[in-house]
Write a protein that binds this ligand. Structure first.
Ligand code: PMP
Length: 296
């Protein structure tokens, strides 16, 4: 196990100031901790620039609004805070984690006047990987929990509370020897993984579930865009699990996962192939800071 996340050396942007890593704390009576009034982002910097950073800041602001709070910083201010954190910690290739939460003024379900806090941390996460190794594909189990009906929870927010079932499902999958778990939705359709969206390939076409009860990932949108630029048709539709045997390739997308091929989901097998490989290469090129790739 690596160094504990509260013990890293560096600075964290906390409510407008850079503070030493170990001082970026909250009180135990924090609304965000007790009632999950907390939203966050997961972003990646490549070569000193966050890929689609402004889209992530906008999603963060929007997630807060869905949870009935306004983050007291503009998208431009959040963008600047994230850049400052990367620069000050000298982390050109990093995972970036903004988090916003309700503070401690009221401790109950109602928290109308609680202060909204914002922090931004970043840690090293090199983007380099061995494409041959990754192309073997990961093995995924099937989660017991379903992505909930969007009428029961604000499913489109990247909100802490939605991850409770993800952690339970991922733990179970890991105990069974899998890298992750695929979740169905409340109508038993294929939905996504615990922290990544999912795609399937059949006869040269890409199929992916409609993102109406789970996070429509920023990487998902990038992958769709990259595929379309290659002239590959992308079909967003309802996908039932009994269809999985008809697909030849499968991959997942997410800021952390980037584009990762899948070799197995429970009893269904896939062989990562040309389309997955092409999109992985295209994604690696796409995330490079603009201008830099051309100059190199
Ligand atoms: N679904 C879930 C549940 C996630 O946590 C993530 C990662 N943020 C994604 C999908 C992929 O989203 P993105 O591509 O924006 O990182």
């Amino acid at each position: 196990m690596g160094v504990s996340f509260d013990k890293i050396d560096g600075v964290i942007w906390y409510d407008g100031k850079l503070v030493p890593w170990g001082d970026a704390n909250v009180h135990v009576l924090t609304h965000g901790l007790h009632y999950a009034s907390c939203v966050f982002e997961g972003e990646r910097a490549y070569g000193g620039k966050i890929f689609k950073g402004t889209e992530h800041s906008e999603r963060l602001k929007n997630s807060g609004r869905i949870l009935d709070f306004e983050i007291p910083w503009s998208v431009a201010e959040i963008d600047a805070a994230k850049q400052l954190v990367i620069d000050k910690n000298n982390l050109p290739d990093a995972y970036v984690r903004p988090v916003a939460w309700r503070g401690s003024e009221m401790m109950g379900v109602s928290a109308q006047t609680n202060t909204i806090h914002l922090a931004v941390a970043a840690w090293e996460w090199p983007s380099y990987f061995d494409p041959a190794e990754k192309l073997k594909g990961i093995r995924i189990g099937l989660a017991e929990y379903r992505r909930p009906d969007p009428r029961t929870i604000p499913a489109m927010a990247k909100a802490a509370g939605l991850y409770m079932i993800c952690t339970i499902s991922k733990h179970k999958a890991e105990r069974e020897g899998y890298a992750d778990a695929m979740m169905l939705d409340w109508q038993d359709r294929v939905a996504e993984c615990t922290g990544a969206n999912i795609f399937f390939i059949k006869d040269g076409k890409i199929h992916t579930p409609i993102a109406d009860c789970f996070l429509a990932g920023i990487t998902r949108a990038t992958a769709i865009d990259l595929a379309k630029r290659r002239g590959i048709e992308v079909i967003e539709r309802r996908i039932m699990p009994d269809e999985l045997s008809s697909f030849s390739e499968c991959f997942i997308t997410g800021t952390a996962a980037e584009i990762t091929p899948v070799s197995e989901i429970a009893k269904w097998k896939f062989t990562p192939g040309a389309i997955s490989e092409q999109l992985m290469a295209d994604y690696t090129a796409e995330v490079q800071p603009k201008g830099k790739a051309a100059a190199a």
